[in-house]
Design a binder for this molecule. Structure first.
Ligand code: AMP
Ligand code: GLY
Length: 421
């Protein structure tokens, strides 16, 4: 069987790496892929990004199933297009992807269906937004409504920062159409967790839990990034917390979408904030797997992922029971010099050791230039270590990180610290 994975990040490398382990697989195509998927003999990069051209490719190559990694093609309607042509694809339709592509849509949806989240209001008028900030005080959170590649959220600790963020988004047009409307919401304190499930339109299958590290520097300092590392499982999601999140957030979301006339298929990722009393609230929805959460999650998945995806496309996820490696996986992102503001490209990467049962390195912003592996984006690699404890998994990951070299590499030394504590 042939499968197509759409995307070029560390998430897509981890998904295609896992799919390629299946005995049922003939070829995994990755479009467009990266230097790591190019180097992997079991994966084939395809230089196509246009959804209609991808559908033509799938027909020509007789690809059985397509899996979409990133949000942009989902929000643009790649699932609608494939289904209209009778092609099997796993992901949300354009309508369902609004849970991620519009924060205003997601907040109104949560309010309408009683799903716990921060109190908010939406604005497209700067004067009204400034007045709301003054009335509510700091800390307060300002979010661009549309997709902004992880850069559209400002957690303002002071009124000055909040007003500056409003001006940046609404008056300076910093995010174009994506920031023409903003959501201003209550600041929530607590510990975050990533809760990701697969939905086939009827059934919900939770994946292993995980926790991301959004800040650039150790001790959660420095600017927000797309994620500097993640580990799985996340101890804060105890069995009773898991049941509560399913009951209060995940199931009402799938049911709420259905009530609103939208069948949800694909990955649903609830970014949670769990307060000191143990109450979970939804910070955001994503309609895809997380990056870097996917890397440790796929490293722990023991079940045949091809079979799982087939069930997801056929509406039979209720027959699936996932099997997980009992070990903890810790994924450490190695980012380029200048990330996140202005990542440098073209640095030569060397020293990546071969995969072992305890450690695997997934590529993100890498490319092969005449046989030489070079940096090609902000987040370059994600090194995943596995061990019987968070500490042991960290040891495996960091031993490899220290062997890998490229000029200006940035990485955190404390990925998984909450799990150690
Ligand atoms: P989002 O893209 O909405 O997940 O926001 C990015 C990050 O900003 C989250 O992972 C949190 O660390 C932080 N954040 C978002 N919303 C809030 C909030 N209401 N209170 C506190 N922190 C938040
Ligand atoms: N790691 C956060 C995200 O994928 O949105």
């Amino acid at each position: 069987m042939k499968i197509l994975v759409v995307g070029s990040g560390g998430r897509e490398h981890a998904l295609s790496w896992k799919l390629a382990q299946s005995e049922r697989i003939q070829t995994v195509f990755v479009a467009p892929g990266n230097g790591g998927t190019a180097l992997d003999a079991r994966l084939v990069n395809v230089e196509i990004t246009d959804p209609a051209a991808l559908a033509d490719f799938v027909v020509a190559e007789n690809v059985a199933l397509t899996l979409v990694g990133p949000e942009a093609p989902l929000a643009a309607g790649i699932v609608n297009l494939f289904r209209a042509r009778g092609l099997k694809i796993f992901g949300p339709t354009r309508e369902a992807a609004q849970l991620e592509s519009s924060k205003d849509f997601a907040k109104a949806f949560m309010q309408r269906h009683g799903i716990p989240t921060a109190k908010y209001q939406s604005f497209s008028d700067a004067a009204q937004a400034h007045a709301y900030v003054d009335a509510n005080g700091a800390p307060i959170v300002i979010k661009a409504d549309g997709l902004a590649a992880g850069k559209g959220v400002v957690v303002a600790m002071t009124l000055d920062e909040a007003h500056a963020a409003v001006d940046h988004m609404l008056s300076d047009n910093a995010f174009g159409d994506a920031g023409a409307r903003i959501v201003i919401e209550e600041f929530l304190a607590g510990e975050e967790a990533s809760f990701i499930v697969m939905c086939d339109g009827k059934n919900v299958l939770p994946l292993a839990t995980s926790q991301d590290h959004k800040r650039l520097k150790d001790h959660d300092e420095g600017p927000n990034t797309g994620g500097m590392g993640a580990y799985s499982p996340a101890p804060i999601v105890t069995p009773s917390m898991h049941a509560r999140v399913m009951r209060e957030i995940i199931n009402p979301t799938i049911q709420g979408m259905a009530k609103d006339g939208i069948v949800f298929t694909g990955f649903l990722y609830a970014g949670l904030m769990i307060d000191s009393e143990g109450n979970p609230r939804t910070l955001e929805f994503n309609c895809r797997m997380g990056d870097p959460e996917t890397q440790p999650i796929m490293a722990r998945l023991k079940s045949d992922f091809v079979t799982v995806l087939e069930h997801a496309c056929n509406g039979t996820l209720d027959t699936v029971e996932l099997e997980w490696d009992r070990r903890t996986a810790v994924g450490v992102v190695m980012a380029a010099a200048g990330y996140p503001d202005s990542p440098r490209k073209g640095d030569v990467i060397d020293g990546i050791p071969a995969e072992t049962p305890e450690c695997v390195t997934f590529h993100a912003g890498t490319q092969l230039v005449s046989g030489s592996l070079q940096t090609n984006g902000g987040r370059v690699l994600c090194v995943v270590g596995l061990g019987d404890s968070v500490k042991m998994a960290q040891k495996q990951a960091y031993e490899t990180v220290e062997k890998v070299h490229f000029n200006g590499a940035q990485y955190r030394r404390d990925i998984g610290w909450r799990g150690v504590k």
